[in-house]
Design a protein around this ligand. Structure first.
Ligand code: FMN
Length: 267
């Protein structure tokens, strides 16, 4: 999971944990591996993570957060950043407090996802809390949650006054979103969405790279999921997704995709 290529720099490696001493060791290791920055995870809602008091569960322990921030900042020479959610649940919204503690401890930038931990991915992200964090701290702030288009990206900047944005799910199977966001923010006309052949060509390249990186079996598991995302929104996508999920080998997957390309539509 720590593999990266030089072309990807600057690289941030994210750590989750709850024990300051362990996080210090992990941060030093990550820096040695070549990370340009270390990011601390205070947002993950996955049960097996929060059960251990890690990820989003750290928001329930503000003093421990400060301890972790200070220890990791002291331990490495690269910048340390943090990613947090709005709070644990709707009754415990404390992103502003945690952000203040982060700034005081020398954290260099923050990303705030406007959902609570218990919300998981349900409901809507509350951009208001991002705006409140913006008012409360002076360090660079990245807004996150529910940016699905170039228009949403512009709206996030306007509404939250953040310095940057982070896009998660909307980029899955849709790497074009970054180009579209850039066009919108630079005041240029946002290009037409990619056609089905364009999407499938990038999918095929993604598949090839995944095979090189993970081997065929790993690539098959990963790319069956990804295929559905690349096809999102096209008529007939649900049916073809089903046959793709049944692909038993990479070759099988490639044949299905080629067939799609040849017939030009997926109906
Ligand atoms: C498959 C998946 C994996 C994720 N893994 C991480 C992670 O390792 N660390 C993290 O901080 N957030 C992780 N997230 C959360 C996203 O960074 C982001 O906060 C969340 O998806 C909301 O943004 P979005 O609406 O743009 O997707 C993950 C999200 C998804 C969907």
């Amino acid at each position: 999971m720590t593999y990266f290529s030089e072309a990807e720099r600057p690289i941030g490696l994210q750590l989750f944990g709850s024990e300051p001493e362990l996080l210090v060791r992990a941060a030093r290791k990550a820096e040695k591996l070549g990370a340009d920055l270390i990011d601390l995870n205070l947002g993950c809602p996955t049960p097996r993570i929060v059960r251990n008091g890690e990820g989003g569960a750290l928001l329930l322990q503000p003093r421990l957060c400060s301890k972790i921030f200070k220890a990791v900042v002291r331990a490495v020479s690269c910048p340390v950043t943090a990613k947090l959610r709005a709070g644990w649940d709707e009754n415990r919204i404390n992103a502003v407090e945690i952000a203040g503690r982060a700034e005081d401890a020398g954290i260099k930038a923050l990303t705030v996802h406007g959902r609570t931990v218990t919300q998981g991915f349900a409901g809507r992200a509350d951009w208001e809390i991002i705006a409140r964090v913006r008012e409360a701290v002076g360090i660079p702030l990245f807004g996150n949650g529910d940016i699905a288009s170039a228009e949403d990206a512009a709206a996030m900047f306007n509404r939250c006054g953040c310095d940057g944005i982070a896009i998660g799910r909307a980029a899955l199977g849709n790497p074009w979103i970054f180009q579209q966001v850039r066009e919108r923010l630079e005041g240029r006309e946002v290009g037409a969405p990619p056609t089905l052949p364009e999407r499938l060509a990038v999918f095929q390249r993604h598949l090839e790279l995944s095979c090189n990186f993970r081997g065929e079996q790993g690539a098959l598991v990963e790319m069956r999921q990804q295929a559905g995302r690349y096809l999102r929104g096209f008529p007939g996508a649900a049916r073809i997704r089903k046959s793709i999920m049944g692909a038993t080998s990479v070759k099988n997957l490639q044949v299905l995709i080629r067939r799609l390309l040849n017939c030009g539509n997926i109906k």
